[in-house]
Ligand binder design. Structure first.
Ligand SMILES: [Zn+2]
Length: 162
């Protein structure tokens, strides 16, 4: 994704007030991120451990959401991150819930997704498959995975906005 400034990140949020967006904690390593290896930007709130943030690039520019997790749902073996679909489960997958944008959200409407607890999706889709056969087209495989992650993350943002 293209590098984002703090101002771009703050103004991208769909489901919180401008006042809240101005106070959100920024990603701790914002100046040192390897943006080429990110399909979206995700980070946890260091103060409120159940709160997280994700900023997804879209054709209309970056769109950000505040999400909350109960911290328990979806940590079983069957849980699959709905964004990266990584089947190796290298870390917990949890249910994140986002308040929907606008009036619907203010009236309490939410939308949820199972997702990598620490927003590791971009790293997951760049890993080779567990057992590639001889002649396996690794570049095409990873490109496909990246395309899938981008489409699914944008799809979730669209659901928050709808
Ligand atoms: Zn994931």
């Amino acid at each position: 994704m293209h590098p984002l400034t703090e101002q771009q990140i703050r103004s991208s949020f769909l489901n919180c007030s401008r006042k809240d967006a101005a106070r959100l904690p920024m990603p701790p390593d914002l100046d040192a991120l390897d943006w080429d290896r990110l399909d979206y930007l995700g980070w946890r709130d260091p103060q409120l451990s159940r709160r997280g943030f994700a900023v997804v690039p879209t054709e209309q520019g970056p769109k950000g959401i505040v999400v909350q997790t109960s911290g328990v749902a979806g940590t079983g073996k069957q849980a699959l991150c709905a964004w990266c679909h990584d089947v190796r489960l290298p870390h917990p997958v949890v249910m994140y819930v986002a308040q929907r944008a606008g009036t619907a959200g203010r009236q309490g409407s939410t939308v949820g997704t199972l997702m990598c607890e620490g927003f590791q999706c971009s790293a997951n889709v760049r890993k080779p498959p567990p057992s590639p056969y001889k002649g396996f087209d690794m570049d095409a495989y990873i490109a496909d995975q990246i395309t899938g992650l981008r489409a699914r993350s944008q799809g979730f943002l669209a659901a928050v906005e709808r």
